[in-house]
Design a protein around this ligand. Structure first.
Ligand code: GLV
Length: 326
């Protein structure tokens, strides 16, 4: 019997996807540009599985062109690139990779917080560029962390992992979520706030909510104007949670002190974008989960989901509610 055709939108190291060997026929897309390459789109009609990245849009039009499709496996925890309702309508389960990237993303969040608090990027550049001429008592001054307030927006797995780390630095923790989570208060010595109050009180605001209809544009002009002029905004969640133009104005006009972003809108952020030129914005290219171990485990989990879907079994991690009978 012919092996099922699977579209892998981007090449992955063979050792990360070794479980697919002998189980599927792989049609692999190029490393760049992101998305479904033309030669993949041509073969959609015969594809039974898709293993894709967060940069690949799976919408109704794509599903229409793939009548044999039985599973979509996203190598990411976020799944805002996929029209889940459209997949569910066609009884196509969608897999994701939760849990495995929690630590790596929380680590990066702390790296961004620390580097912006201590002006690391500018200090390193100045040293390299010959501005380190003396030990300056007033040079490269940053913020103290002990006693400062960190506001966590979205107290899911990653938000909690950030809280656990931040406690070690003596930060006071406040958080917001769709509801008060009493078990979180006790475990992380954190206090619940409305979003408005969190924005007003925080010295650092860190975003950890998923991107969905409720959170798109959550941090807009009104929200940014509620923040302290000394505060820093950190985003390792999804770019469109922040309204970009409002952020540029906030940084230019001093509504807030700085932004440290792992995610942007759009991605990649074009090199001519004004956010790169602002001295108080620090941008890295969506590397929250980018450790050797994490990325490998994400790929392995994506393969597990894919194979389960092709075998007609329940995906170990699926995101469409109501796809399986109770
Ligand atoms: C990364 O952003 C992910 O959603 O896995």
């Amino acid at each position: 019997m012919a092996l099922p055709l699977v579209i892998l939108t981007h090449p992955l190291p063979p050792e990360w996807i070794s479980t697919l060997q002998g189980r599927v026929r792989l049609l692999v897309g190029p490393a760049e540009p992101p998305g479904f390459a033309p030669h993949l789109l041509e073969q959609l009609g015969g594809a039974e599985g898709i293993l894709c990245l967060l940069t690949d849009k799976v919408d109704s039009a794509l599903l229409e062109a793939a009548p044999r499709l039985r599973v979509v496996s996203n190598m990411a925890v976020g799944f805002d690139n996929i029209d889940i309702a459209a997949c569910t309508l066609r009884k196509i389960p969608v897999g994701n990779t939760p849990g495995v990237l929690t630590d790596a993303t929380a680590d990066l969040t702390l790296a961004l917080l620390l580097s912006s608090a201590r002006t690391l990027f500018k200090a390193a550049m100045d040293a390299k560029d010959g501005f380190w001429r003396t030990w300056s008592p007033t040079g490269w001054l940053g913020a103290d962390l002990r006693g400062a307030t960190l506001g966590i927006v979205g107290m899911g797995k990653i938000g909690k992992a950030v809280a656990e780390r931040a406690k070690g630095f003596g930060l006071k923790l406040i958080y917001t979520d769709s509801k008060h989570l009493p078990e979180v208060d006790a475990q992380y010595s954190a206090e619940f706030r409305s979003l408005d109050n969190l924005l007003r009180e925080s010295d650092f605001v860190s975003l950890h909510c998923p991107l969905n209809a409720k959170t798109r544009g959550l941090i807009d002009e009104t929200a940014l104007k509620k923040m302290k002029p000394t505060a820093t905004l950190i985003n390792t969640a999804r770019g469109p949670i922040i309204v970009n133009d409002a952020l540029v104005r906030a940084l230019r006009e001093g509504w807030i002190a700085g932004a440290a972003l792992d995610v942007t809108d759009p991605e990649p952020l074009p090199p001519e974008h004004p956010l790169y030129d602002l001295p108080n914005s620090f941008i890295v290219p969506h590397i929250g989960s980018a450790t050797h171990g994490t990325r490998r485990r994400m790929a392995e989990m994506a393969c597990e989901n894919l194979l389960a879907g092709l075998d007609g079994e329940k995906l170990p991690n699926h995101v469409n509610p109501d796809i399986y009978p109770a």
